[in-house]
Every structure is written in C-alpha cells, then in structure tokens.
Design a protein around this ligand. Structure first.
Ligand SMILES: [Mg+2]
Length: 277
C-alpha cells in the first residue's frame, strides 16, 4: 500500500492495533476460548502482555501471540468505534494518514487487506517496525526501529497511538513528535518499562515478589508532557487535532518550535531497549 500523495500533504502517523482495530479485545476472547480463562480488557494493566494475568512468562506469551496470529480471530478484528469517521474527517482536513505499527512486515498482506476492507482509500502507507521480531530469534541482530524514527523519516506532524511507551518516546524525541495517547484503556494508564529482571517476570511471579495486588498502580502516570494529549475516543482525537490546526498551521501543541526544549517530562525510566521491547 503506497498511494501517491502531493509532496506538500501533511502527514499524520497513526497506530493500528487498538487505535483502528480492537486487537486486545479479540486477543482476550481468543485466549479465553483457547485456554479456558476469564481474561478481561480491564486486566491488561501493561502494554507488555506477560505482565498481565493469565499470560505466563515472556516466552510463553510470545508463543501464544504467534498462535493468535495464525487464528481466524486475527483476520476478523473489529474496527474501533468512530475510527472510519475519524479517518474520513482527517482526510477532509487535508491530512495524509500513514500507519506506523509494531507489527512485523511478515504480516503485511493480511494487515493491508484488513485496512482496505474496513478503511478503503483512507490510509496512504503502512510502516512496520517489527517491535517484537527479536523475540523470535535472539541471535538475529535486528535493527530496532522506533516509532519516533519512522515519524521523523516521514515528517509526521503528530502520532496517534494507544501505547504510552510509544507516545512518550515520540513526545520526548528530538525533534519532538507531538502525540495523542488514544483510548480509555487500562494499559495506557502507565508505562511498561523493561529495565531490569523483574520487568520480565510473569504477572503471578511478580505479584509474589510485590506482595500485594494492585502493585501496578504505583506505575500510574501522574502527568503527561505538554507535547502529549490524551484522547479517549476518535471524536476526541479529531477535536484535539482541529484545535491544534486552528492554533497554528503546524499542530505542535503550542510549542514554539519542533525541537525538544528540555522541559519535556521524560518517563521515569528511559524505556530501556531489550530483546523484549
Ligand atoms: Mg496499538
């Protein structure tokens, strides 16, 4: 998918899973049917599944996710409410929407078929960062591609993403990529850091160490950088972008320029890269 767009067209980067399609809901329903669990969306405390109940260790989680990708449930994801109308509005406002997804390029065929089915003509290009490819074979030296670097390469004015890790990385990048943290989701109430060994424990093992339920709440985001806004829905996201557009031609959330100004609030941990993140 690579539609020609005028060179001057302003680009908005948009995530796919849980911004355009209801992936985590489908994953939970698939897991319950396959493994007899009672998993709910409210138990997705973190972006990394293994930190959440029922998933197991990172390796067990990866095996399950690959199994899910092979299922018909993955092919039949439902669109997020209001997403089509949202993309239509952005198109009518003169924006070119390009998808920046953590999925691997190996899923290109089914990903772009799904987009054409549900959002025909509304997406101009899809970029695959392959965030979890390294988990498949730790010996393969796969270059880590961040969403911020993709946004820089396509000169995206902003990114819409449901993962706080990604929006924080973009909102504190240099130059800044203003970000909209999308969705009223448990997993984006906090960052999911991968900085030491305990961050790679299963939920049950971590709960034993922490000694009390609700331990994840200490990671709650108290505040967001001014370059990052929260949008609970698509109408909310479109409203943010409209306000930014009215404020100035470049929707930079009121910053004087697009460079990092040193005042950006950085995440508690710098989201250390690892084989799992
Ligand atoms: Mg997502």
């Amino acid at each position: 998918m690579d539609r020609e767009v005028p060179h001057s067209t302003r680009v908005i980067a948009c995530d796919l899973d849980d911004v355009l399609c209801q992936t985590n809901l489908a994953v939970a329903q698939w897991h319950n049917a396959r493994y007899g669990t009672q998993m709910t969306l409210d138990e997705f405390y973190y972006y990394h599944y293994w930190k959440n109940p029922h998933w197991g260790t990172p390796d067990e989680t990866l095996a399950k996710v690959h199994e899910f990708y092979e299922s018909k449930d993955f092919q039949e994801l439902q669109p997020v409410d209001g997403a089509k109308e949202g993309l239509e509005t952005l198109r009518d406002m003169g924006f070119s929407v390009q998808i920046v997804t953590a999925r691997a390029g190996g899923h290109q065929v089914e990903t772009e078929a799904w987009l054409e089915k549900h959002f025909p003509g509304l997406v101009n290009k899809v970029h695959y960062t392959g965030e979890f490819v390294r988990m498949q074979d730790d010996t393969v030296n796969v270059e880590k591609i961040t969403k911020a670097s993709v946004c820089h390469s396509i000169s995206a004015l902003l990114i819409i993403d449901d993962c706080a890790n990604h929006t924080f990385t973009c909102a504190s990048a240099s130059p800044v990529v203003p970000s909209i943290l999308f969705g009223d989701y448990q997993w984006n109430q906090r960052l999911s850091v991968t900085e030491d060994d305990k961050d790679f424990l299963s939920h049950d093992a971590r709960t034993l160490i922490e000694g009390q339920p609700g331990w994840w709440e200490k990671d709650n985001l108290d505040s967001l950088p001014e370059t990052m806004k929260r949008a609970r829905s698509w109408p909310d996201a479109v409203q943010h972008i409209s306000q930014m557009q009215r404020r100035r031609e470049r929707p930079d959330f009121g910053l004087n320029n697009s460079k990092s100004n040193g005042d950006v609030v950085r995440p508690r941990a710098a989201l250390h890269l690892s084989k799992y993140a």
